[in-house]
Ligand binder design. Structure first.
Ligand SMILES: *Cc1c(COP(=O)(O)O)cnc(C)c1O
Length: 399
């Protein structure tokens, strides 16, 4: 099976991990802070707080901004469920914003309208979590301007977008318009630590809060204690935190991978160029073309006629091509429907979901394998009777 995404591990990565295994510290040693430092330098943030996965990073990000019961958090309806669950972990309510049919990111007009209504009704969100879907940066200038106007805080979910730039060339992670930027190091993401995540910020205060919450809410720093220290052994729990730490084993892998991130990004762009070239005459809608050079290209999603999507998907899987669907609109999951969300509430996201297929994309995808994907898609479209149709008329996304 050609997977939709996969890591690239070289001897140098293995050696970096082995070095930690042979050292004194498997966790809480020197490599974790090195990785945090390198990541923050790479992204143009001041601080990086490494954690055990991207979901924990989102959870801590919400906690650090004081999200709690009675608060509202909004995110994009087309994302991984973790983008929404983080608010629920904190006892807050979550709501969604529909997507833009081209960029597949949060729709700015929809967000603006929803904010206007929310203001009138006195239920503005405390935090908005824009998701840089598939690696393409959201319009952060517009979201930043809205946050000024309506007073919400911003957590960027950059789990797809490490190494991406915005439309004026600012690196994702630099926190220009946001309080916090979250990323993930799951093996399908841009670089991997096995499991892992990081929160980037330019706020010293938030960085300190995140570091505290990552490790049980415990401090050994006398200046942060609420009473006199009993002695050199002393520590105090000053907040309810978690054990969300990343090991040095993981951090070593991350550091080693970070060296090759520029190359990974270049290789992903090559894959995209080949797809655009080979699929140009296909009756599918290719990813929106704006800003090809600055997306991190986590995913390459094509849209096919909804009525044949399932057949095409199954044919490709049966032929050994690990296609996928990213994502099921979050509001449609039973655990969210129970909260009152309904089918038909977010039209673009539901339409997109009915047509989407993610094709394999990862740095080491060979030209040969990519050609197999392309010919398999051609055959599947033909078998599904989708080749003849004029996609500009058939696909809702174009209407
Ligand atoms: C992968 C991902 C997450 C969660 O990251 P994990 O490291 O798997 O916990 C959150 N949001 C988005 C958009 C993701 O793609």
């Amino acid at each position: 099976m050609i997977p939709y995404g996969r890591q690239e591990i070289l001897e140098e990565d293995i050696q970096a991990v082995v070095d930690v295994l042979k050292s004194d510290y498997l966790t809480q040693g020197p490599v974790g802070p090195q990785f945090e430092n390198q990541m923050s330098v790479y992204c143009g943030a001041t601080y990086g707080i490494a954690v055990c996965n991207g979901t924990a990073a989102l959870h801590l990000a919400c906690l650090a901004l004081g999200v709690g019961p009675g608060d509202l958090v909004w995110t994009s309806d087309i994302s991984f469920v973790a983008s929404a669950n983080c608010a629920r972990y904190c006892g807050a309510k979550v709501d969604f914003v529909d997507i833009d049919k081209n960029t597949l990111n949060i729709s700015i007009p929809q967000l603006a309208t929803k904010l206007q209504i929310a203001e009138r009704e006195g239920r503005l969100p405390k935090v908005v979590i824009p998701v840089h879907f598939a690696g393409r940066c959201c319009d952060m200038d517009a979201i930043g301007a809205l946050s000024q106007k309506y007073g919400f805080r911003i957590i960027e979910d950059a789990c797809h977008a490490l190494g991406a730039h915005d439309h004026v060339g600012r690196k994702v992670g630099s926190c220009r318009f946001s309080d916090l930027v979250v990323t993930s190091f799951h093996p399908v993401k841009m670089i991997t630590t096995g499991e892992g995540g990081m929160i980037l910020t330019c706020s010293e205060e938030l960085a300190a809060r995140l570091a505290l919450l990552r490790s049980h809410g415990i401090t050994r720093d006398e200046s942060k204690m609420e009473s006199e220290s009993d002695g050199p052994w002393f520590y105090q729990q000053v907040a309810l935190g978690y054990n969300y730490r990343m090991t040095d084993i993981q951090a070593a892998l991350g550091l080693s991978q970070l060296n090759r991130l520029p190359k990974f990004l270049e290789q992903r762009r090559e894959v995209v160029k080949r797809y655009r070239d080979r699929l140009s005459a296909f009756p599918v809608v290719l990813p929106f073309e704006g800003d090809d050079e600055i997306s991190a290209w986590h995913l390459f999603v094509v849209r096919v006629p909804a009525q044949s999507r399932r057949q095409i998907f199954e044919a490709m899987r049966n032929a050994g091509v690990g296609v996928n669907v990213h994502y099921i609109p979050i509001h449609q999951h039973p655990d969210f429907a129970r909260l009152g969300f309904q089918v038909g509430q977010f039209k673009e996201s539901e339409l997109y979901y009915s047509e989407a297929i993610s094709l394999p994309i990862f740095p080491s995808l060979s030209v040969e394998d990519q050609d197999t994907v392309v010919s398999c898609l051609r055959r599947s479209l033909t078998e599904a009777g989708a080749w003849q149709v004029d996609c500009s008329k058939q696909l809702g996304c174009m209407s």
